[in-house]
Design a protein around this ligand. Sequence first.
Ligand code: CU
Length: 281
Amino acid sequence: MLHLIALVIIITLLLSWLLIFSYLFKSVISNMAGMVIAMTLGMIVGLSTGTITSILYPTAFFEMTVISMLIGLVIGVISGYPFSLAASLEGLMAGIMGGMMGTMLGVMSAPETFIQLLRVMSLLTVAIFFLVYLLQIHEINKVKMKKNVLFQPLAYFFVVFLFIISFHTYSFPANISIIDDSTHGHASHNNIMLHATEYNFHPKDIRVPSNEEITFTSTNSGSQEHDFVIKEAGAHIHTSPGTTNSQSVIFTEPGNYQAICSLPGHKEAGMVTTISVVSTE
Ligand SMILES: [Cu+2]
């Protein structure tokens, strides 16, 4: 959750910076550029808000759509306001559209892709903010030829660069709580669905919280016998072809565990899955 909050704060700060720039230099930014700025900011804010809110609260699809449309609308109007009524109107429409599309994207995506979706959306948002900033600088420099460091895109680019790096270094530890929803028909975080075939497990990477009961349900979609064994946790789920079996375990120690199929040669053929047990504290 912390990463998500940090992400929202960073995006809000960057957005504020752009808005302040628009208000400070509204006299030198052309109306045409103003309309593009309003449209772009309204749309991307609506889109990312919609995606994030619908991932967090997929059961409240209608409410999240309305909220995202409102946020996109407000940001669009604020972005266009310094320039002209037309720019505000354009921002308003783009914000509504972005909010609507963002929530649909979030709801239609499979829970397994949530983390990637959040990464893509946040990188896209920051990259588009950067383009808007370049447009502002371009407009301002046409008239003022500022030499101030603030008017060099390099400083901003550096912030963006750090952001992207930090993003790929840390994953979202919050992803478990995000995916805690059964309305998608997929597994909630304490209920892991597995598929065993020749010779593979799906999914390949599993993240579960420590000190909570985790139920592994293994379905054998293959044509041979398979099992699912986590030695350290005492888990052993045997399945004949076409059958499904479950077992519940509790991981007391955070860390990486290996789950394998113990039938001769199956592990070597690829029936291995990594289980990351993360502390919930
Ligand atoms: Cu096997």
